[in-house]
Design a protein around this ligand. Sequence first.
Ligand SMILES: [Zn+2]
Length: 335
Amino acid sequence: MTTRRLYYDDAFLREFDAEVISSEPAVHGHGRRVCEVVLDATAFYPTSGGQPHDIGRLDDAEVLDVRDEGEDIVHVVDRDFEPGKVHGCISWPRRLDHMQQHTGQHLLSAIFQERFGLPTVSFHLGIETSTIDLRGGEPSETILEGAERAANEIVFDDRPVTMRYGTAEKLAQLGARKEVERGGILRAIEIEGVDLQPCGGTHVKRTAQIGMILVRKCSKVRQDWRVEFVCGRRAERVARADARLLRGVAERLNCATDAVVAAADRAVSERDAHFKNAKTALQRLADLEADAALRTTTPNSAGLCVVTRFFHEDTQPEYLTRFSTALAKEEKTVA
Ligand SMILES: [Zn+2]
C-alpha cells in the first residue's frame, strides 16, 4: 500500500480525511511512548530534501514527527490509535514558513547558478535561518547583493510557481537545473522564466508569497561557500531585530543610528589611547614607589635589603608585578 501524497498536488491543503492503514505502538527518544500511524493519504510532509516535516493533529492526537519510509509516510503521534477514519490538520504557520524558505531557495540557487556560475551543492532549512552551499570562487559582496536584488525582483514580479511532470531526460531537455538519476516520471517545480528543478517538496503558488528575501552572510565551509538567507516572515523578524539592535547601540554611543560606525571607531581609539596612558602612568608610579621604598629601608645584618609592603585588596595584580620587578633590579634586595 502506498500513501497518497496529497501535498504533491496541493501544497495549500491544510485539512484532510483519510483511512488508517496501520497503527503500531513504539518508543521514541527519552523512552516516550508513541504510536506510528500509516494512512492511505496524507497532507503531512515528511522530512526530506532539506525541508523539515510538518506538525499538526490527527483527530485528537498530536503529530510529533513525519517520516518517509519507501512508499509509506509514517506519522509519529503522542497516543494510541484505532483503525478507521481520521481527520488530519497540519500546523499552517510552520508549513507556510517552510514553503517560503524552500521556494526562496529555488530562486536564489537558480540566480547564483545562472548569473554567477555558482551551483548549489546542498540546502539546509534551519529553525532560524536557512543555508545553501555554493561551489566555485568566493562570492563577493557585490555578487551577494546582486543575487539578493535579482531574487527580490522576481518576488515583486509575482510570477507563477507551477509543477511539471516528465522523465529525467525530458526535464533535462527543458533545461532542468539539477540532473536526477531516478527513473520514471518525475515532478519538477518551475518558477516562470527563472528555474525548473526536480523536487518533491512543498512550494508557494506565486513568487510574491515568498515575501522579502534577505541574504545574511557568507562563510567558507570546507571547499564551498555557505550562504545564509531568510525569506518572508523570517525576513520581517530579522529586520525588526536588527533595527532594535542598531537603536540600542546608537543609544549607548549617544549618536544617530547612521553614525554608529564612526562613533564606535572613535570609542575604540579613545579606549586604546586611555589604556596606553594608564599603562605608562602605572609603570612610572611603580618605579617611584620602589625608589622610595629602597630609600627608607635599612639593610639587615647580612646586608640584605628586605622590603615589606601591604597593599590594599583592590590593588591591580599588574601593579604588584611592576613594583616587585622595579625592586628586584637592585642588588641584594628582597621584595
Ligand atoms: Zn523544492
